[in-house]
Write a protein that binds this ligand. Structure first.
Ligand code: ZN
Length: 614
């Protein structure tokens, strides 16, 4: 049938109706066009990476009511808005399998997660590394309602955190749970699953997650298995004992019957580089045996939410043997004389979770005196704030001691050993922020050569001038080896910060576009479709989502339209708060949020719930 004829007919019928209506109501002079549209959006002339490993193909995409309704070489019909994607590429919106944006999203001004929208991210998985909204600070129910009502940028799927659950039941106790305690933890995990959590996350390298033994985790993962939940693991070790940690994750999947997913897969510290090959072999073997083990990765050689590290070991600031500095036990003394009520009053002055919810209050009331002092003290002050070059006493003593030539020699040697053993060597330490701007971006080796000084002397000079350096803790070879695996998706491990405030890993601003630009376009380690698949259809598959992750008819209209040839990663370790450029249009659930690269303040993201009740 001819669409134009249909449109004309509809037009005439419309005119007659409007004229009659105006006569009837007497509203002559106020006219309202009642145009009929076939689609909300029509993206024309796009080159589409649809989520598969195939090269891009040319087609139009029609979107209506949040759904991709047509993907054809040429789509006819009327759309409220036509976007000409000539010279641009289109992909399913990127899915970030591992982020900590939920911390930032507590603050309404960060709900958009603009740093992620600018990378083309349309869905995030939160509640990671054992920390989650469940169940301490608010019930997840409240959080889900708030987010759905007030709106969020990307869609969000939630996990329940093992560390959070354990802390709620057992505090920070380093022991196995009693049968009653384990039962309580299981009930909390089940509650979260009933509310729509997608599974359980652990942070087995952190406290209190670390106190949980394998059996405890298996018992909790058994709770999520019948729901079809997935176990996301920040594993017990990512260095020397990486293989043990991978084996533990595989065992947890085997014993519980749930899928297991390794978060931020990597091997840290130089002496462990290459271990990812053996680790991958273990995963390959488990997958061959029918277990569903997957992983995600962030495409950088440096790790940690704040990757900047001092170049002088702690012990050297005050002396080689005797420790004389401030530590956390001193801070305990500072707060120990306060009464409980005074501590709580102080806490209320600093916690972002104010006013306190009932469950938060209950949590505080349940803390032992010792825990309360630690908890409140830790929120107010940390010993590391007063250590190193910014502590005038430590600085003065260090400089005085360095006048003793014997001490100075030993100190420089000690620093060089520390740099080799703990920080991956001087060629793998990059100056991030420095008053001598010309040093930024240079390695410690390069700076030493420029200054004609030893590594130890250069490190001391940089520290005393307040330079901030980033050690590259992973090898490029490992990063690429992991990336090539067909079960490795993308997880930024980033956060959504207050723009411009504080130092953080540049992954929060660049992961998804950086992976395409550096590893597909520049180094050609993998193809562009391989990267796109790793951050779209593979990720959806891992989470068991059947309506996201593809540019296909019937799928949710999470769509990124980007300029592949003009991706600009602006964030650097010298200036981390910089949005990435290259995403021209971004749709979330069929709503445009980035229009010609500009955010339009819409928050169409939804909480994606795992809907299965037992
Ligand atoms: Zn983690």
């Amino acid at each position: 049938m001819n669409g134009d004829v249909m449109n004309k007919k509809a037009y005439f019928v419309g005119i007659i109706l409007i004229v009659s209506l105006l006569f009837l109501t007497g509203l002559y002079g106020i006219s309202q066009g009642q145009e009929k549209f076939d689609y909300d959006f029509l993206i024309k002339n796009a080159r589409i990476f649809n989520g598969s490993l195939k090269p891009a193909f040319k087609a139009d995409i029609a979107v209506k009511d949040g759904i991709i309704v047509k993907v054809e070489r040429s789509v006819k019909g009327r759309a409220k808005r036509i976007i000409n994607a000539n010279k641009l590429f289109v992909a399913p919106g990127f899915i970030d399998l591992h982020t900590h944006v939920d911390r930032g999203m507590y603050f309404p001004e960060n709900r958009a997660c603009l740093n992620y929208l600018k990378q083309g991210v349309t869905t995030v998985v939160v509640g990671q590394c054992g920390r989650s909204a469940w169940p301490i600070f608010e019930s997840a129910k409240e959080l889900i309602e708030d987010w759905n009502e007030e709106g969020i940028g990307p869609n969000a799927a939630l996990l329940v955190g093992h560390g959070q659950v354990r802390e709620m039941v057992m505090g920070m106790e380093n022991r196995e749970p009693t049968p009653e305690e384990l039962e309580k933890m299981k009930v909390l995990v089940q509650e979260a699953m009933e509310q729509g959590a997608h599974g359980l996350s652990t942070g087995l390298e952190y406290l209190p997650g670390r106190y949980g033994k394998t059996d405890e985790v298996i018992e909790l993962v058994k709770v999520i298995a019948p729901y079809g939940g997935i176990y996301h693991s920040h594993m017990r070790n990512e260095g020397e004992r990486l293989l043990d940690a991978v084996n533990e994750t595989i065992a947890i999947s085997r014993e519980s019957g749930a899928r297991a997913h390794i978060s931020h897969f990597k091997a840290v510290r130089k002496k462990n580089w290459g271990l990812v090959k053996d680790a991958s072999a273990l995963i390959d073997e488990a997958r061959k045996n029918g277990l569903e083990i997957t992983a995600d990765q962030y495409p950088y050689r440096f790790s940690s939410g704040n990757p900047y590290r001092g170049l002088i070991p702690r012990s050297l600031w005050l002396g080689l043997t005797k420790y004389e500095g401030l530590d956390s036990s001193d801070l305990k003394d500072v707060f120990d004389h306060l009464r409980d009520a005074q501590l709580l009053e102080l806490y209320q002055k600093v916690t972002p979770y104010f006013p306190l919810s009932q469950s938060h209050q209950q949590f505080l009331d349940g803390l032992s005196r010792k825990r309360l002092v630690q908890f409140v003290g830790g929120h107010l002050i940390s010993a590391s704030q007063f250590q190193g070059p910014s502590n005038t006493r430590e600085r003065k003593h260090f400089i005085e001691r360095m006048k003793d030539l014997k001490f100075a020699e030993r100190a420089k040697k000690g620093i060089e050993q520390y740099i080799d053993a703990s920080l991956a060597g001087p060629e793998n330490i990059i100056v991030g922020i420095c008053v001598e701007k010309k040093l930024e971006g240079k390695s410690l080796s390069q700076v030493a050569a420029m200054k004609g000084k030893s590594i130890g002397e250069t490190a001391i000079e940089l520290e005393l001038m307040g330079a901030r350096c980033v050690p590259l803790r992973m090898s490029e070879e490992d990063v690429e080896y992991i990336m090539k695996k067909n079960y490795v998706a993308t997880g930024s491990d980033g956060t959504t910060p207050f723009y411009g405030i504080g130092l953080l890993h540049i992954r929060s601003y660049s992961t998804f576009l950086h992976k395409i630009k550096k590893y597909a376009l520049q180094r050609k380690s993998v193809s562009v479709p391989h990267v796109i698949r790793s951050q779209t259809s593979l990720a959806a598959d891992i989470m068991n989502w059947e309506d996201r992750g593809w540019i296909k008819e019937g799928f949710k209209a999470d769509i990124v339209v980007f300029d592949l040839d003009n991706i600009q990663i602006k964030t650097t370790i010298s200036n981390p708060h910089q949005y990435s450029e290259g995403v021209k249009y971004l749709f979330i659930n069929g709503v445009l949020v980035l229009d010609n690269g500009k955010f339009n303040d819409k928050l169409p993201g939804k909480v994606i719930l795992l809907k299965k009740s037992l």
